[in-house]
Design a protein around this ligand. Structure first.
Ligand code: NAD
Length: 314
């Protein structure tokens, strides 16, 4: 496919705002239609739609002659627990409808982001393998794991080309995350620069896998561009950057902001984080599409801090 016409759902979120720009840079401004429940705050082709509204989605696909979908719209792990039925509807039922509508519109290529939230207590925590135990404990994890199964089913049964990555926590400076369990790993940088102190909702030594946004965008585009015959994973690829704890991030930021203080007050998100894994084995991503992250905790921290500035007094 030379020049895909792309729809990005959930384009107004932490990842969508950056991914849309990357896709426009790669394929051209007019090739990418952004779409979200909330109105757009940036320039470019945009359709405001609720992903649960199948007719609106169908119309957007045919109006814009879409050939590829990046389906990001979802409720995340922490937010998802506030209304589990809505999370099921948005994350899973809408995905099933999207698959059928895509199929009837002749669209085969879809990107579906999964998550480390599909793991549970029975999953080995260190170096978690691609094929392992999955007993997610949040509705978010349940919907994403089931979504992976549906993707594999549609790939096999209908010859679709649905590709997916189990994103670890994503660290970025371009937009602040909301509603996830790994949000702290972004907030800590902003609070360090803006206030010199941060109260963390996870405990000091809670270790989780993370990835820096430029690497996550690169991984996504690498997977979507990889020759189909090279791909051996039908569900979703394990991918990682590096693993951090709140304390290791604190110590790394202190190398640049020596007086930075962190206090700890774990809340309900601690339990979610403890049900996930600490580090990921991304052997198949390395083997199938030559994945390799460019950022580690030190280079990510330096880059994050170079982009975050103290807001001017109003
Ligand atoms: N950010 C992470 O650390 C992370 C990690 C793993 C997986 N993911 C996955 O990546 C995707 C994007 O994540 P994000 O961090 O950008 O999330 P986000 O919460 O920042 O953005 C999600 C977007 O979806 C939109 N949305 C919600 N309900 C909608 C609806 N009914 N119709 C249309 N749009 C709707 C929201 O308005 C929001 O702009 C999600 O599928 C998420 O599960 C993210």
């Amino acid at each position: 496919m030379n020049n895909p016409k792309i729809l990005v759902t959930g384009s107004g979120g932490q990842i969508g705002t950056v991914l849309v720009n990357a896709l426009r840079e790669k394929y051209g401004e007019d090739q990418v239609v952004a779409s979200d429940l909330k109105p757009s705050t940036s320039q470019g082709l945009f359709v405001q739609l609720d992903i649960t509204d199948s007719e609106a989605l169908d119309a957007a696909l045919s109006d814009h002659k879409i050939t590829v979908i990046y389906h990001l719209a979802a409720l995340l792990s922490s937010k998802g627990e506030e209304n589990i039925h809505l999370t099921w509807d948005i994350n899973l039922l809408s995905y099933l409808k999207l698959l059928d509508i895509a199929k009837s519109n002749g669209i085969k290529k879809i990107f579906f982001p999964s998550t480390i939230g599909i793991y549970g207590q029975s999953t080995p925590k260190q170096n978690t393998q691609q094929h392992t135990s999955f007993e997610p404990e949040t509705m978010y994890g349940i919907t994403k794991y089931t979504g992976e199964l549906w993707s594999a089913y549609y790939n096999k049964k209908y010859g679709m080309d649905i590709r997916s990555i189990r994103y670890p926590g994503v660290i970025s400076y371009q937009s602040r995350p909301h509603g996830g369990t790994t949000d702290y790993a972004v907030d800590i940088f902003f609070e360090a620069v803006e206030k010199g102190k941060y109260e963390c909702y996870l405990s000091k030594n809670t270790k989780l896998p993370m990835i820096y946004m430029p690497d996550m965008i690169r991984a996504t585009l690498m997977l979507m561009e990889a020759p189909k015959d090279d791909l051996t994973i039908d569900m979703s690829y394990n991918v990682t950057g590096f693993s951090v704890t709140p304390d290791s991030l604190h110590q790394e930021i202190k190398k640049h902001i020596p007086d930075f203080e962190v206090t700890y007050k774990p809340d309900h998100r601690q339990q979610i984080a403890e049900s996930w894994t600490e580090s990921i084995d991304d052997y198949y991503a390395i083997k199938d599409w030559a994945w390799s992250p460019k950022f580690d905790i030190a280079t990510m921290t330096r880059d994050m801090l170079s982009h975050i500035t103290v807001p001017e007094e109003s």
